[in-house]
Design a binder for this molecule. Sequence first.
Ligand SMILES: [Zn+2]
Length: 329
Amino acid sequence: MRVFVPQKHGLHSPKFEYSNSKLRKYRESPERIDKIVKRLSLNHRFMISEIEGKESLSKNGVHFDKMIEIFEKIKVNDYLIPDTFNIKRLEREPNECDAKLGMYLFDTATPFGPNTADVLRNSFMTVKEAVKYIKKTRENVYVALRPPGHHAGYDFFGGYCYINNAAIAAVRLKKAGKVAILDIDYHHGNGTQDIFYYSDVLYVSLHADPATEFPSYWGYADESGEGEGYGYNLNIPLPKGTRKQEYLMALRNALEIISNYSPAFLILSLGLDIYKDDPLGTFEIDRDGLNEIGMLINVLGVPTLILQEGGYALDEIGENAEAFIEPFS
Ligand SMILES: [Zn+2]
């Protein structure tokens, strides 16, 4: 199975994030992907391709131009965490870089640094290569990339995410057939939901109940899509501490809906933060459970583009990724 990795991801490496009223060590670190790649490179089933190239973000085809223009043009010497947020969505553009970012940012966990834009350009290129590959071969492919993407919406970013990798892939794959997105990250993919809320790209998400978990304001069961998108957005919030058996039951329901939709391609937002010892999660899913989840999804028999989202249990992330992905290889 082919694995694509953006070569430059390590150049985006904020030191801190501000969360739960404290300045903390940044969790979404380069080590996450380095450990996954190291582990997969020991397994002959996986063929790893590092992608060096970059593509201008203006061609992303998903996000609001002005937000992307700020990412492309901003020049900073260090990681910025804005402290003022444009909650009324006013269009006035201030001069200060942190205030420019605050126009579209929704949290304090997503600092923007000197190399962030370059890393995003490299990510974008990597996603495009993976799309090209799956279109041509109809074989499953895994993209081990960071920063993750599923919290980045049409005109907002946050939750460690800047551009939405799943959406960037979906708009391109859509030209070759129907696309469904399954998001199994511990957190709701509010960005992906936002981008496709009015369109018939099916988005199905299993995640921790937003009443008690990030991203708090999105991800409830009654968010079903609108207009042409009505009925194509399915949220399955699960209580804190959900065990494997209950999780698998919910997953089977989700897979039945995806199967009835008959997609030509499946995009899978893979969050390994559903793992039992993840510092950001509470679900009771062990490594065998991750393997079982992978097997069940693979039974759909739909060519699947797997994109790495969350997952912060650094000591186990390599083995966990391998256990999950192996059924697809
Ligand atoms: Zn997550």
